[in-house]
Write a protein that binds this ligand. Structure first.
Ligand code: SF4
Ligand code: SF4
Length: 146
């Protein structure tokens, strides 16, 4: 395949992508939006961030999210490596960073917007909605795709 026929995620560096391209790399798995515990050894729980829609894997108010969740971190090409420790191993940004390609279940590859859910690696049918109080320890999960 000639370079000009290749998709942008295989030809551009992360910091060369437009904002729209960068956002489209996110497959909306929703797993980075699960509550986590631990400082050095970070563990995922199946409890969703209060703003996470556990059916779609999308933030319910992405534009205004910091108003409700001040600790939400925006992934950027600059902070991606630093954020690796709390991202799931299937994160599409990590695929592009490490393998210069996207995984086969990614909506940009399949051209099907729900392919992340049909592949069974999103939060759909696995996460639970946020509700206080929780003993987070009881909800730690060890999914293979985290
Ligand atoms: S883990 Fe990565 S691909 Fe999945 S929702 Fe978070 S940023 Fe997007
Ligand atoms: S505020 Fe939105 S983007 Fe941030 S962690 Fe929560 S659901 Fe995810």
């Amino acid at each position: 395949m000639k370079a000009e026929e290749k998709p942008f995620w295989e030809t551009k560096k992360l910091n060369e992508m437009t904002d729209e391209q960068w956002e489209s790399i996110c497959d909306r798995c929703g797993k980075c939006c699960l509550m986590k515990i631990g400082l050095f050894r970070i563990r995922f729980t199946k409890i969703a961030c209060p703003l996470l829609d556990i059916c779609s894997g999308r933030c319910k108010d992405y534009e205004n999210r910091w108003k409700y969740v001040p600790g939400c971190i925006k992934l950027t090409p600059q902070n991606l490596k630093k954020c690796k420790k709390w991202l799931p191993k299937t994160c599409a940004y990590l695929w592009v960073l490490k393998k210069h390609t996207l995984p086969p279940w990614h909506p940009l590859v399949t051209k099907k917007k729900n392919s992340i859910h049909t592949a069974g690696i999103s939060v759909k049918n696995r996460a639970i909605s946020y509700c206080e109080p929780y003993n987070y320890e009881e909800y730690v999960v060890k999914w293979d795709d985290l």
